[in-house]
Design a protein around this ligand. Structure first.
Ligand code: FAD
Length: 316
């Protein structure tokens, strides 16, 4: 637990480094509990990176606690089932025993959190990069400004400067293989017969290793996660090598044609980390700064939000 005193009648102040899902959640939750909160985002604008995102029961409960659930539900999608295909044949259909889950674009989730933070009066600073923190409760910005607070939240992602400046003991790994993540138009009517409102996790091991995670986000937008080993130059090529993807997934051709048009497509690897502690004095780490996870779990953001929210609750 972060070492923060509560003095009756005194408004506590928090400086939050990072305007991703973890930082915004911490900022909103603390503000709701009466804290004065300033959030620092190093980029020149607040925006989400990546394409789509899955949230499960835990993340959705946090959104409810933040007062942002209704905004997120509007314009996101719960598929009737989560299907897994092997070599283009359905082998399993999951409904998760009725537990709530939801798919959305990252920008949809991020916008809902930014709106909520702004409505509550969180002081948001862009172009404001944190470079260091210390357990006594000081945050140093890239400009040289030093800010004192009762709580410093390091929500500055897997490359966290807040974390590294303090010297938390950490193991960190980078994956060899990556994923191409894109949002494309759904083209539902052009896909022919099929249950295209489902999530479909399409695995192929032959004649090449290629996988597509097909994830409808709403009526108009589709999140495609295209996976091939880094050692496969055609499968990992960006912009997409259309031929090699259509050959394996011909029924998705209308969507893949759109995907191949996206010049900005990237083949991203990912990192994971493990720390022996997430707090030191008045500094607390949340989200990927503390526990970046393998994306196959689809829980990095969900757990980031749960932990950021729990921090604010525990401090009461
Ligand atoms: C391929 C892939 C798929 C995934 N799918 C899912 C999924 O379906 N569901 C799920 O729950 N999770 C998923 N995740 C994980 C999820 O994306 C992350 O866990 C989540 O984004 C972490 O949020 P964060 O706020 O901790 O960090 P980030 O999203 O990295 O946000 C950090 C923010 O801090 C800013 N920043 C960085 N350094 C500084 C600094 N020094 N000062 C100020 N600001 C700074 C950055 O610009 C950024 O805005 C996936 C991850 C990957 C790679």
């Amino acid at each position: 637990m972060a070492n923060v005193n509560k003095t009756p009648g005194k408004t506590r102040r928090a400086e939050v480094a990072g305007g991703g899902f973890a930082g915004l959640t911490a900022a909103i939750a603390l503000k709701q509990n009466g804290w004065e909160v300033r959030l620092h985002e190093k980029s020149s604008e607040l925006r989400a990176f990546g394409a789509g995102i899955y949230l499960w029961h835990n993340g959705l409960r946090v959104l409810e606690g933040l007062g942002a659930l209704d905004d997120v539900l509007l314009g996101s999608h719960t598929p009737p089932t989560y299907e897994t295909w092997m070599h283009n044949k359905s082998i399993s259909r999951e409904t998760f025993n009725g537990l709530p889950w939801r798919i959305m674009t990252r920008s949809h989730l991020h916008n809902a959190l930014v709106s909520r933070a702004r409505a509550l009066g969180v002081d948001i600073r862009v172009d404001s990069e944190a470079v260091a923190a210390d357990p006594e409760g000081r945050l140093t910005l890239q400009t040289g400004e030093v800010l004192e607070a009762d709580l410093i939240v390091g929500a500055d992602g897997v490359g966290s400067k807040v974390r590294d400046s303090i010297g938390f003991k950490q193991d960190r790994w980078t994956s060899k293989d990556g994923i191409i993540r894109l949002i494309v138009p759904r083209k539902k009517k052009e896909l022919g017969h099929g249950e295209w409102d489902n999530t479909i996790d399409m695995w192929n091991f032959w004649p090449r290793v290629q996988r597509i995670l097909y994830s409808p986000c709403n009526e108009n937008e589709l999140y495609l996660g295209l996976m091939a080993p880094a050692a496969d130059p055609r499968g990992s090529k960006v912009p997409l090598d259309l031929e090699v993807w259509v050959e394996m997934f011909p029924f998705l051709e209308p969507c893949l044609v759109e995907a191949a048009k996206l010049e900005t497509a990237r083949y991203d690897t990912y990192q994971t980390n493990k720390l022996d502690s997430w707090t030191r004095g008045k500094v607390a780490l949340v989200g990927d700064a503390a526990h970046a996870m393998c994306p196959a779990l689809a829980q990095g953001a969900g757990c980031a939000m749960v932990n950021a929210f729990s921090l604010s609750q525990d401090l009461e």
